[in-house]
Write a protein that binds this ligand. Structure first.
Ligand code: ADP
Length: 276
């Protein structure tokens, strides 16, 4: 439509002087919207053909024999070659499925209004489920401790926050060693409430910290591909937190571990109701 969009900034100087800047951001916003629509449409359109490819690959995989079964290597080297090829294709198409899922999640976050489904959330059962899922994904080879203030509930969109917290706990497990320890804390003070995920994993060099939440930013691309990452997880977390007026703070020491803290404004904390 024909509306112009202006961005106004006012700078204050000494002795009451002010400088007002007005910038025409109409074109900028239009391009942003085009980018968002494009990403949303492309990811949606890619999903159907990928589902078909995955389906056929899985059938092929089932017909070649059990995954990783190399017993017949001498008797049937041809089968082994096919096995490897199909496994690689399946691995890559699952990766692409993950990418599309994450891109669609980001597009959805950009298109639906904030606060659309706010409700009080009890964090302990939510975090308990996340813990079980992550332990299952890592076959129990991580230790996860939960420290929750049971008297505190969080006001927000439960599906979105669940996905953000699961991303952080999953990362803590992904970028840790066998038997790595992860502590998830939920607590509050007079100003804020916090969901914190601490790990004693590989840690991150300071130079990467400011860029970690950018789309597709990864510290070590090859390692990330090996761990099944898309580079979109922390961008999703950041978006979800922004929608809750919250901030992601990251502290890390290379070789020692990292702490990812979601800092929510105090108004999002609710004291537990004690009515039966
Ligand atoms: P990915 O899908 O690659 O995990 P993310 O956006 O979730 O993408 O994370 C971006 C990058 O940040 C990761 O590739 C990894 O290098 C780094 N990272 C995230 N969480 C941790 C963590 N807990 N410990 C060390 N590095 C991390």
């Amino acid at each position: 439509n024909n509306h112009y969009q202006l961005q106004i900034n006012i700078s204050y100087f000494g002795r009451g002087s002010r400088l007002l800047f007005a910038r025409d951001v109409t074109e900028n916003n239009r391009l942003q919207q085009m980018r968002k629509d494009f990403v949303a449409n492309v990811s949606h359109e890619l999903r159907t053909p990928l589902t078909v490819i995955n389906g056929y690959l899985e059938t092929l995989s089932d017909n070649i024999g059990n995954q990783g079964n190399v017993q017949n290597i001498d008797s049937n080297p041809n089968e082994l070659r096919w096995r490897r090829a199909v496994d690689q294709m399946l691995g890559q198409s699952h990766r692409m499925e993950g990418l599309i899922k994450d891109l669609m999640a980001l597009s959805k976050l950009e298109s639906i209004p904030e606060d659309s489904k706010d409700q009080p959330i009890e964090l302990e059962p939510m975090l308990q489920t996340i813990k079980e899922e992550v332990l299952a994904a890592f076959k129990g080879k991580r230790l996860i401790h939960l420290e929750c203030d049971a008297s505190l509930r969080l006001m927000g969109n439960s599906d979105e926050l669940r996905s953000a917290f699961a991303n952080l706990v999953m990362n803590a497990a992904k970028y840790s060693h066998h038997d790595g320890e992860i502590t998830v804390r939920w607590f509050g003070d007079s100003q804020h409430c916090y969901l914190e995920v601490e790990d004693n994993g590989e840690g991150i060099d300071d130079i990467h910290l400011p860029r970690l939440t950018e789309r597709f930013y990864r510290v070590d691309k090859s390692r990330s591909i090996e761990t099944g990452g898309t580079g979109l997880g922390l961008a999703i977390v950041k978006h979800i937190l922004l929608r809750h007026q919250a901030e992601l703070k990251i502290k890390s020491t290379l070789g020692e571990g990292s702490t990812f803290t979601c800092e929510f404004p105090g108004m999002r904390a609710l004291a537990q109701s004690h009515t039966a």
